[in-house]
Structure formats: C-alpha cells, structure tokens
Design a protein around this ligand. Structure first.
Ligand code: FAD
Length: 537
C-alpha cells in the first residue's frame, strides 16, 4: 500500500472527486486504482472564500512498484508507514507487580501496556471511580461544594475526563505511539473519526464511558485498581555507596505496599505529592508554565471570522483558533486549550482557591467558544530559588481569585472593555459567561501579576485584528488560569527512572513530560516499556 499526502480538494467536492484526484495525481487510470482509505483529513481555511480539504490517503494500485518508482523523489508519495504497535516483551513468571500511581491518561496507558504484556500492575488513585467522581465534581459546579480528593483533577480518568477531549499534540512520535493510543480509545468507545481527523476530539460524555471500558480491559488482563488510595510517602533505601532505590509506597489510609517499580503519574495538580517527593529527596526542578484567564466569545463570531460563508458546515465543525503575540515587555501571550462550543469549568482541587479550565461535549454546540488567554512565565524571572516555588506562585494567584470571586467558589470575571480601560466590571454585557457555580464581575488585575495584565492588554487588540470580535468590549474573561502545565519536572534519565532514585519512574504531565491527553498517554506507553525493560533478566 502507498500513502499519498497533501492531496487538496475543495470543501464542497463530490465523493467521486477523491478517487479521480488520486488517479490524476498518481498518473494512473481508474482501473488501476484498487482501493483507497482516508488516513487523515485536515482543512485549510486561510482563504475563507476558498476553503480546502487536505487528504492523506492510503492507496492500493495494480502495480505499486512502478508507481512508487515513478514518484521516488516525491515525499508525498511513499510506502504507507507501518503504525502497528509491537510489544517489546512479555512478562516472565514470578515477577513483583509494578505499582502505578495515578489513573489519568498517562497512568491508564502505563497500566494498559503493562497489563497487555502480562505484568499485572496495581494502579492506585487518590480519587474515586468515574461515576462517583462525576457527582462530586458537579457538587462544585452546581452548589459550590468542593471535594478536595474527588474533583476535576483527581479520580478515574485524571484531569482530562471533564474536558474537550482534544487528541492532538506536537510531540515527535517516530514510532507512531499516538496511533496505539487512538486505536485503544476507539476500542474503548471513542468515535472512529479520531483516527482520521487532523484535530480529533472526544468530548466529556464519551470520555467517562471510555475510561470505564479501559478499566474493564486492564482488569480482564490481571491488572488491579485501588480507589481512594492516596500515596503520601515513599520507602527509599540508601546503600553504602549512597544509591537510592524505591522499596514501596505508604498510603494515606495507613497501608504500605511493597514495590520496587513505582510509576508516578500524578498529574500537575498533586501539589501535596510534589512536596512529599521533594521532602523525600527525589530530584525535582522548577519548570516554566503560564498564567492568565479563560476568555469567552460567542462561537458564531469565531465561526464567521474563520470560515466566512462556510460557517456551520458540518465537515468543518465549530471553528478553533491558535494565536500568539510577543509583547514589548518581553512576554509571550497565547491561546491555550481552546474549547469550541464548550463551557468554562471550575478546576480547583484545593479549598479557598479558584482555577479555570475548559470543556465541551462531542457536538461542541454550546453557545460560547472559550480558550485560555495566558502569559508564559519561567522560574528564572518569576519564581526563582526553590524548585517548588511555582506551586506557591500558583496558590497565591488562585487564592486572590477566590477572594475576588466572593470567597464562595464563584470566579472573578471582567468585560474586555473594562479590562482594557483599567476599571472593574460592575455588570456583564451581551456575552454570557458559562462558568459554574457563577461569576462575580470585578477587576481581574487584582488576581494577576502586573506584567501579565500589561501583556494581555497589549495582546487583546492584536488578536482582535486576527479574529473579528476577539476584542469586543462585552467579551468575558474569567480567572484565573494557572494550571496550564506542571510547575515542576521530576527529571529522569535515559532509562526513564528518576535521576537519583532507582525504580521510580516519573511520568506524564505532573512529572513535566507531557502536556495534554495524547502526549500523557504516549508518555505512559514509553514508561510502561521502560518498566518492562528494567524487569527483564
Ligand atoms: P492526570 O490526568 O492529572 O492524572 C493524575 C492522576 O493521579 C489523577 O487521577 C489523580 O487523582 C492521581 N493522583 C494524584 N496524586 C496522587 C497520589 N498522591 N496518590 C494516588 N493518586 C494520585 N488535554 C488535552 O489534550 N485535551 C483537552 O481537551 C484537555 N482539556 C482539559 C480540560 C480540563 C478541565 C483539564 C483540567 C485538563 C484538560 N487537559 C486537556 C489536560 C489533560 O487533562 C492533562 O494533560 C492530562 O490529563 C494529563 O495526564 P496525566 O495522566 O499525566 O495526569
């Protein structure tokens, strides 16, 4: 089979135009084309009056050798890559069971791959199974009642469960591990389109049933989950040469589990766990992340700005955007984790704090588009010294946001017009914020660093020139967005183990090795393989 890439057709093309275009491009007759399957479809809407679909197609032709030879210098006509996943080993008998801490996308894929190789992992999570967790999460959104151990961040499925379920990333992935993740997601109930769409998403409802299905698969292969099992200590031995090695984990419920292979896939919000690891002497460094707000626009404005007369076309779906601006004060402002047709969600996991994020359903048909509108920060400039200083930085601004929102888990919000004019909002306008349990109109400058406010004020009109309506005075900003990625990195060596603690495998977003569902899951596969390798004779 050969793969033909960058095949461009009009948005409105008829079905039969695709095989015709394949034949034309490969210079073959229709009789020589045996079969074609779309491998990927993207769109190019830079010229909204002439939007194009861009296909990658896997093609069977009668004489493949001749066609490949004809195009041997053409990188858009190549043999189809083999994206099938190959297990690196199978578990020998009598091996101690590896422990995986965290059942987010990373921990789930560590667990799945280990289980598929026969290692029968034990997966621990501080939170609850996804259905119970959903009720607890909605308690915050509906009634302003936070459950610190069961919320948007903690519990089965991890941080991405109540999300837009965007499944793309910019990681380098020469082994096509992303394909393994997407294939397992489809087996677990994700829409098959995620295998072909250039920007696939799942939406939150499906994610809930998918993590249940993954759980059944892992358990069927001998893996085991333990819920409400928070790891609050590590048992580390130190030998005569000063070599540190993990021997087991202590749990908040008083239990101890012996384990010489421990994967830490605890996500970016496990601040107490980060502090415990630091106190236990595990190597950790501060890393950059971003701070800002969620910004909401009517989705129809974004659709029209991006797609013009083609707004609403079902092939295009709800429009997305990615924008960035380098400011005079040296800061970069950018859009983050855009959720078309979605809602802004309360994403705190700590009492007395407010943090925002976004989610949507598969249909992406809520009234507003939202995205993070954030400013990049780094340890050297903004939280120097202590490796955990980024956590303190996040907590500081989240606490101020809690107070500015009214100290009841409502979030502070402001009209863009008021933010630009430097005056507090006293009421909101035509754009209705979606955040629950509600917002308090106020001055967001009270809960953001001055340099961030300055940079955001500069960027808004710039973005308004790129997306009509972005800077409309009634556009709503809700704060604060502080958890764009982990503020720390638990650095690991080439063997994926902690730099100074053997047997400990920092993984996923919390460890600083992923940003998003897909990259966390891909990292999970790599870590599972590293654990398996370390256990083989
Ligand atoms: P997590 O998903 O954070 O999982 C960590 C798990 O560890 C949790 O289940 C937690 O309970 C558990 N844990 C923590 N500490 C302990 C402990 N001490 N003991 C036992 N268990 C512990 N990304 C995308 O790619 N697309 C999106 O559309 C998207 N939308 C998002 C929307 C929201 C509201 C949020 C919050 C995040 C979103 N993200 C999205 C980001 C994405 O969810 C994360 O990048 C991803 O979940 C990270 O995976 P992870 O497995 O590394 O960590």
């Amino acid at each position: 089979m050969l793969r033909l890439t960058e095949l461009t057709l009009s948005l409105h093309h008829a079905d039969e135009e695709l095989p015709a275009a394949i034949c034309k491009r490969l210079r073959i007759s229709p009789r020589e084309l045996i079969r074609h399957v779309v491998a990927r479809r993207a769109h190019d809407a830079r010229d909204k009056s002439n939007i194009k679909l861009i296909y990658s197609v896997d093609v069977n032709v009668k004489d493949e050798g001749t066609v490949l030879a004809r195009f041997r210098k053409d990188r858009n006509v190549q043999p189809t890559p083999n994206t099938a996943y190959k297990f690196i080993t199978q578990a020998p008998t009598g091996i101690k069971r590896p422990v995986v801490v965290g059942a987010g996308p990373c921990g789930l894929f560590v667990g799945l791959i280990l289980a598929q190789m026969g290692f029968r992992p034990i997966i621990l999570d501080r939170g609850k199974v996804v259905r119970e967790r959903t009720k607890d999460t909605w308690d915050l959104w509906r009634r302003g009642v936070l459950h610190p151990e069961s919320n948007v961040q903690f519990g089965e499925g991890g941080a991405g469960t109540f999300s837009d379920g965007k499944l793309y990333s910019r990681i380098k992935d020469p082994r096509h591990l992303d394909r393994k993740v997407l294939t397992e997601f489809v087996k677990a109930g994700a829409p098959p389109e995620i295998l072909t769409e250039a920007h696939p998403h799942i939406g939150t409802f499906r994610l809930v049933t998918m993590v249940e299905s993954l759980r059944a698969t892992i358990e069927g292969l001998g893996g085991e989950y333990r819920w409400q099992h928070k790891v609050d200590g590590l048992d580390i031995s130190v030998d005569g040469a000063g070599e540190r090695r993990v021997q087991g984990v202590h749990l908040a419920n008083g239990e101890y589990i012996e384990a010489d292979r421990v994967v830490l896939a605890v996500g970016h919000s496990a601040r107490d766990t980060f502090a415990m690891l630091h106190a236990a002497g595990v190597h950790v460094e501060a890393k950059p992340f971003s701070i800002g707000v969620r910004i909401e626009h009517p989705q129809s404005w974004i659709d029209t700005s991006r797609f013009g007369a083609n707004a609403g076309n079902p092939i295009l779906g709800a429009a997305e955007y990615h924008i960035s601006h380098h400011c005079k004060n040296g800061r970069t402002v950018y859009s983050f984790c855009m959720c078309p047709g979605g809602t802004v969600v309360a994403a705190t996991s700590e009492e007395g704090r407010v943090a925002t994020n976004g989610m949507s359903q598969y249909s992406r048909n809520e009234r507003n588009a939202n995205s993070g509108f954030v400013v990049a920060i780094d340890p050297e400039r903004d939280y120097p010294g202590d490796p955990l200083a980024g956590l303190a930085f996040q907590r500081h601004w989240e606490s101020l946001a809690f107070v500015a929102g009214g100290s009841n888990y409502k979030a502070p919000a402001q009209r863009v017009g008021d933010f630009l004019a430097g005056r507090p909002s006293t009421a909101l306008g035509s754009v209705v914020p979606s955040y629950r349990p509600g917002v308090t109109p106020t001055d967001l400058a009270a809960c953001l660093p001055d340099f961030a406010v300055e940079a955001m004020r500069e960027a808004i009109p710039v973005f308004g020139r790129q997306i009509a309506g972005y800077d409309h005075p009634d556009v709503v900003m809700t704060g604060v967005e502080t958890r764009t990625s982990s503020p720390v990195r638990f650095t690991r060596g080439d063997d994926f183990q902690s730099l100074n603690t053997a047997g400990l495998f920092p993984a996923g977003e919390g460890a600083g090795y992923a940003g998003g569902i897909l990259s966390a899951a891909v990292d999970g596969i790599k870590v599972a393989e590293a654990v398996a390798r370390s256990l083989m004779p």
